[in-house]
Design a protein around this ligand. Structure first.
Ligand code: ADP
Ligand code: MG
Length: 606
């Protein structure tokens, strides 16, 4: 925080905001200017709110102005019923919008991003229709008229100007709070890779609904006063698609996912809108100008204005700074001195008794006609390093996916520490101590290595979600884990800047943040530099010494045979055989089905 304040860049938007607040005093006879600025602020408020679900989590809502309409109607209807001016109902407008969003979110957020876009528009039309039908409450298609307050003539738009200014400031604070919280980190993780986010313990459903509900609040608050400002509310005005599209354009052109981008975009698009209205008479001119802006943004500023400009600026400033090259050997040779508490497995902490830590019973999973897993039963002994080998397509990854909850098996059960977890969600299993990495790396590429490590959650309570991203012991533990892996120098690098092997190590570090009792590794050594393979086996052995159990899928047979105490061989979705590395090495069945007669199975001398 203090570090940030030293950064002169923060003062630019704050200065502009202050200037905006003084506008009614600076500009003489500013009634017209104030109404234009009110339109700008309203669009900035909506774009910032939208940004919470669509910018951070990547779920693009094309019907989000529905919550402005809900705020407008809440203010108008309750204001009339209670005999007060709608603007006093701003908090109620926000609350109603948040509740409707939470309920709607619970339904629509089941859809993945693409269907979500369509459903979000459908929700807007549906609620518009409801407003037309429920005539006794909403006044039907004619809508409701709101009497202007007595001070309206005397002060002009200035009171409204400051109300919208206040809402804008609060919305920016809300956005800032969310972005700096663990919730915000989780949302960005979801945007990067939802399945992976779940695998590291993020309750994606809860996160998305929370973000969706929060994103509706600024709309609802602004809506309550906006209806009064317009002095009427009707279904077409309150639930129009154009407002939704305009606010999306504002957020996209300013820079979605950033704090100030949607605000800047709101001003740019609202001003362009006003320009189109002033210079021509038809709505077609407006659509034309907004369309041109949309094309320009998509072609030249896909990330939005703010991210593009700040990247250019950063490049300009860093042009004389040599890029620091960190080679692989520095990771491999780095000392693994570390506070063992940081990497300690929960199996040791909890001291659960029992023989098998993870068991699967008669697991079957088919895709169409393909029996990917065809009745597999296995037990993974607590404290072991167990190998799972077999030819490509033999069902290893599918079995992992059934164990971790990515797939629900067609039949069979999964037991973790004796507890049946077959129906549990992916993140519940992660919280229960089941960690996994993926065959193809799935690091959150837009996030730094440190952010990748603080994103996993051991618990998902509201307090935990609201806590600062870098708060508590998470950061120090993340640094301990990175040090243990020899990755401390990469802390500030983006996931996308790392080599494949480095990404794989960071993914393992990510999993360790959950203090897993068992880690499933899917081809950890494939595609990575031999120096890093040595490092990887050191890491696995050392974690195993501290109590972590491993199940490893790997084609590097010498590595498997040297690491593992027990090996299972899959073939065609079934267990071909199980045994010690010695037995597997000499099993004629395995040699025929998988290894081949000329396989070099010598364990490399290290
Ligand atoms: P392995 O990891 O051992 O190489 P997989 O578990 O990835 O094997 O695949 C086992 C079989 O299931 C393969 O024939 C593969 O084509 C098929 N399969 C895996 N996942 C899917 C899926 N999502 N949809 C359809 N077929 C799949
Ligand atoms: Mg696989």
């Amino acid at each position: 925080m203090i570090e940030k304040m030293k950064n002169p860049k923060v003062f630019v938007p704050l200065g502009l905001l202050l200037l905006l607040g003084l506008a009614p005093f600076i500009i003489p006879d500013s009634e017209y200017e104030q109404t234009v600025l009110i339109a700008c602020m309203l669009l900035a408020i909506m774009a910032s709110g939208w940004n919470l679900i669509s910018g951070l989590a990547g779920y693009v809502s094309l019907g989000h102005s529905v919550y402005l309409g809900i705020g407008m109607y809440t203010g108008a209807i309750l204001g009339q019923a209670w005999g007060i001016a709608p603007m006093y109902l701003m908090p109620v407008g926000g609350l109603v919008a948040a509740i409707v969003a939470a309920l709607l979110g619970a339904i629509v957020l089941r859809a993945r991003s693409h269907s979500f876009v369509i459903i979000s528009i459908a929700a807007l039309w549906t609620i518009q229709l409801l407003a037309q039908i429920a005539k006794p409450i909403t006044g039907g298609a004619d809508g409701l008229v709101i009497r202007p307050p007595s001070w309206a003539k005397e002060f002009g738009p200035t009171p409204y100007f400051y109300i919208f200014f206040g809402i804008l400031c609060l919305t920016i604070l809300l956005a800032r709070f969310v972005m700096n919280s663990r919730l915000g980190a989780g949302l960005v993780a979801i945007r990067n890779d939802e399945g992976k986010a779940a695998a590291i313990g993020i309750n994606t459903t809860l996160y998305k609904i929370t973000a969706y509900s929060l994103s509706a609040i600024p709309f609802g608050v602004a809506g309550a006063v906006y209806g009064q400002y317009l002095s009427f509310v009707n279904p077409l005005g309150a639930f129009g698609i154009l407002a939704s599209v305009t606010l999306v354009l504002a957020a996209l052109s300013g820079g979605r996912g950033t704090l100030w981008g949607p605000v800047i975009g709101g001003f740019i698009i609202a001003l362009a809108n006003e320009f189109a209205t002033v210079t021509s008479s038809g709505a077609s001119a407006r659509v034309f100008i907004l369309g041109i802006i949309l094309i320009l943004v998509v072609m030249f500023l896909p990330a939005g204005l703010l991210p593009t400009v700040s990247e250019k600026w950063a490049k300009h400033r860093n042009r004389n700074v040599a890029v620091k090259f960190i080679d692989q050997t520095s990771i491999a040779s780095s000392t693994s001195r570390v506070d063992t508490a940081a990497i300690q497995s929960r199996a040791v902490i909890e001291q659960i008794e029992g023989k098998n830590l993870l068991e699967v019973h008669d697991i079957r999973k088919s895709f169409g006609g393909i029996k990917a897993v065809d009745g597999v039963s296995l037990g993974i002994k607590r404290g072991s390093i167990t190998g799972l080998i077999g030819p490509n397509g033999s069902g290893k990854t599918t079995l992992f996916n059934c164990m971790t909850g990515v797939y629900t098996p067609d039949s069979g059960s999964v037991l973790l520490g004796g507890e049946d977890i077959t129906g549990h969600k992916v993140w519940t299993r992660a919280h229960g101590g089941l960690g996994r990495t993926f065959q193809i790396t799935r690091l959150f590429r837009s996030m730094t290595v440190l952010d990748n490590l603080v994103a996993p959650l051991e618990r998902t309570s509201p307090r935990e979600m609201a806590a600062g991203r870098y708060s508590g012991e998470e950061v120090s533990r993340a640094r301990e884990v990175l040090a243990f892996m020899g990755l401390q120098e990469f802390e500030k690098q983006k996931g996308s800047d790392l080599s494949f092997g480095q990404q794989k190590l960071v993914e393992l570090a990510q999993v360790l943040m959950l203090r897993p009792s068992i880690v499933l590794l899917d081809e950890p050594a494939s595609g990575i530099n031999p120096t890093l393979i040595g490092k990887l086996s050191d890491v696995i052995r050392s974690l195993n010494d501290q109590g972590t159990t491993f199940l490893i899928v790997e084609h590097n047979i010498p590595l498997v045979l040297s690491l593992c105490t027990e090996v299972h061989v899959l073939s065609g979705g079934r267990v071909l055989t199980s045994g010690t590395p010695e037995e597997i090495r000499n099993d004629p069945q395995v040699i025929e089905a998988y290894l081949g007669p000329d396989a070099n199975l010598e364990v490399p001398v290290d």
